[in-house]
Design a protein. Structure first.
Length: 188
């Protein structure tokens, strides 16, 4: 159980098919355990296919489509990884706009593994301290981020992590940043 409470806080999880399942389910459970209300947001309605590495995992029900979702209805955003998931979301204009809105509203955003690809295309990464799966470091540096090889990096409400092995640290900082609320330095 987290030492921080986020009772009543609404947290959007933005993903699509190809999500790395544990990067969805572990933070989702951490949000629930701390009293938060997670919502699965995706480009399309229906069910999404999770993966455990390269093997198909479980499917997950979409709660809201991007067309129905509004960042002002949420207190924070989580961007799970998975190569296919992240690659599809990064080029989705609605996903970019939705993500950028959280930064414009100074709300916490947490992204793990390949999830930070979307931050590049949303135009919110320049000048920020971040980490990610190691293969993204050049992309993030080229977009103006300061890439750091650590379990979890927190920068003014932006939480990033490298891979599933870092989920305990990621989940702890995710809940902590949501409990702190808006961060003035969290900007687009």
């Amino acid at each position: 159980m987290s030492e921080h409470t986020i009772a009543g806080k609404k947290v959007a999880f933005l993903l699509t098919d190809g999500v790395e399942q544990i990067e969805l389910t572990s933070p989702w459970q951490a949000v629930k355990d701390a009293g938060g209300e997670p919502t699965l947001v995706a480009p399309n309605s229906g069910r999404l296919q999770g993966f455990k590495g390269t093997d198909k995992g479980d499917t997950f029900n979409v709660d809201l489509t991007l067309a129905e979702a509004n960042a002002s209805d949420f207190d924070a955003l989580v961007l799970p990884g998975g190569v296919v998931n992240a690659d599809h979301l990064r080029v989705d204009k609605a996903a970019q706009d939705f993500t950028r809105s959280f930064f414009e509203q100074h709300k916490p955003v947490a992204s793990i593994c390949h999830g930070p690809w979307l931050l590049i295309d949303a135009g919110v990464i320049r000048g920020r301290n971040v980490t990610s799966y190691h293969t993204l470091q050049t992309d993030l540096k080229n977009a103006g981020a300061n890439w750091i090889d650590e379990k979890v990096v927190v920068d003014q409400g932006l939480v990033t992590s490298r891979h599933p092995g870092d989920l305990d640290a990621f989940n702890g900082k995710l809940v902590e940043e949501i409990s702190e609320g808006q961060h003035a330095g969290q900007t687009a």
